[in-house]
Ligand binder design. Structure first.
Ligand SMILES: *Cc1c(COP(=O)(O)O)cnc(C)c1O
Length: 479
């Protein structure tokens, strides 16, 4: 008999699969009663680091037992209701099952004449409609916000360079310049470096007191660069900055880019989803005028990692940036390759997985209205936290709260100002180690601050009460 990876006994696979689903569901249902985070114990760490290459198979059941013992209890905590660190989505049980279906069917999503490709195309159209983009906009799902932003910037670069970037590259050409604010996420630096524009040609425009890009500074920098013979191509606005959740003046940026013939790209990694809520939509007005928009579905959309989306209203420019026509993949009129490989022609990846299925299944499962309600709740919960901070003489708000991110610190009058950075850093680590809640930190100006970024559909108001109690108790301990 020929070898295969399929099980000898499909019934056993089914039974084990049922047990796996049941136990994972139990784990998720009981997640609230576990510590948010616990360190990987030394013996577990040692075992994971020294496991021998499995030359002989041990079977799925034993592999699963190893997962239960070595992996399941020790993730970084983002599925827990009291995790608000960095910006990490909490996942979605419906998405978990959709991932299993996608892996089971395992279709190849470069394109092809198949339902999975129609699903991705439809999901992109739904997202385009939700984001207020015109019919006929182009887009695709990718692994991450970083990747969606990178691809968006690549389209922008090629469309506005004034020469054929794909043929000529950037060498020996007039230098291109890209603009963003000082608060822009680190993806932008990686992107200009990878795209050959160079970090020196990424202008970081100053921000106002609310951490929004200053239009006067942007105008001045563009003028200056043009006068110096450089070629401005793109302005990056952010809807929901990583540090404070600030939203750049998107309408003004759209106007400015229009009049200056610059490409307007918006990084809406998490903040773009505010548009799904009627109540919050005005906060990101102007975003729908972007030439391209990148956003994550694995943050505020709670889809299992990885899933993000790039949209652009310039379908031709999108294809022109990436399309190839290799002989081995020329579209046919009939058969499996009818329609070609549209998704491979819109980005870098050729072989692509069916990440669209979890977006399709979860949108159908919950409906947009449910997502909007979760997003509204999250913003209200952050306002609840803000009230707790305002009410405590020992806590201090460190930046305006624009959306779902809040920066604060423990700052009782009795602690000298110059000690506050150290005190807060120690407090943060002890809080994480306590397993009661996990938040993270950033710097506002020069100051170390505690930061909660809330995209967690499992949280309730009392979870923030618990956070504040824990912070104050640990602060007392640090006296
Ligand atoms: C998270 C984030 C990114 C990067 O997205 P990834 O999905 O983590 O790659 C970009 N911009 C902002 C504002 C973010 O919060």
């Amino acid at each position: 008999m020929a070898e295969t990876l399929d099980p000898k006994n499909w019934l056993e696979l089914t039974e084990l699969g049922q047990r796996i689903v049941a136990e994972m569901a139990d784990h998720l249902a009981g997640i609230r009663d576990r510590p948010v985070w616990q360190p990987v114990p030394a013996e577990v760490r040692d075992e994971l680091k020294s496991e021998a290459l499995p030359v002989e198979g041990q079977g799925l059941e034993r592999a699963y037992e190893d997962f239960r013992r070595l992996v399941l209890p020790y993730p970084n905590g983002n599925i827990h209701p009291r995790f608000w660190a960095w910006v990490q989505g909490a996942g979605d049980p419906a998405g978990m099952l959709a991932e299993m279906l996608a892996a089971g069917l395992n279709p190849m999503l470069a394109g092809f004449n198949q339902s999975p490709a129609l699903v991705e195309a439809r999901v992109v159209e739904w997202l385009s409609e939700l984001m207020g983009f015109p019919r006929g906009s182009s887009g695709m799902l990718v692994s991450s916000g970083t990747m969606a932003n990178l691809l968006g910037l690549a389209v922008a670069r090629n469309a506005r360079a004034g020469f054929d970037v794909r043929e000529e590259g950037l060498q020996g050409q007039v230098p291109l310049v890209v603009y963003c604010s000082k608060e822009t996420h680190g993806w932008a630096r990686k992107a200009v470096e990878v795209l050959g524009i160079g970090n020196r040609r990424l202008r970081r425009v100053a921000v106002d007191d609310s951490f929004r890009m200053r239009m006067d500074e942007l105008r001045a920098k563009v003028l200056e660069d043009r006068a110096a013979g450089l070629r401005p191509v793109c302005v990056i606005g952010t809807a929901g900055t990583v540090n404070t959740g600030a939203v750049d003046p998107l309408e003004e940026l759209a106007e400015f880019c229009d009049s200056e013939k610059l490409w307007f790209h918006v990084d809406g990694a998490f903040g773009a989803l505010a548009r799904w809520s009627e109540k919050l939509k005005p906060l990101v007005r102007g975003m729908e005028r972007a030439d391209s928009l990148a956003f994550d579905l694995h943050k505020w959309g709670s889809l299992p990692f990885e899933c993000a989306c790039l949209l652009t209203r310039h379908a031709e420019a999108h294809r022109a940036a990436f399309a190839l026509s290799p002989a081995y993949m020329t579209a046919t009129d009939r058969g499996v390759l009818a329609g070609g490989v549209p998704f491979a022609d819109l980005g870098i990846d050729l072989t692509r997985g069916f990440r669209a299925l979890k977006a399709w299944v979860c949108l159908k499962t919950h409906g947009v209205r449910k997502y909007a309600a979760v997003i509204d709740d999250n913003v209200q919960q952050v306002q609840h936290l803000q009230r707790l901070i305002d009410a405590s003489p020992d806590l201090q708000l460190m930046a305006p709260v624009a959306l779902n991110v809040i920066c604060f610190r423990y700052a009782p009058a009795r602690i000298a100002a110059e000690r506050l950075d150290d005190v807060n850093e120690e407090l943060l680590l002890r809080l994480q180690e306590s397993g009661r809640a996990v938040i993270s930190s950033t710097r506002i100006g020069e100051r170390f601050v505690l930061r909660a970024a809330h995209v967690n559909h499992r949280s309730r108001d009392e979870d923030f009460d618990e956070l504040v109690s824990a912070v104050l108790a640990i602060g007392e301990e640090l006296r």
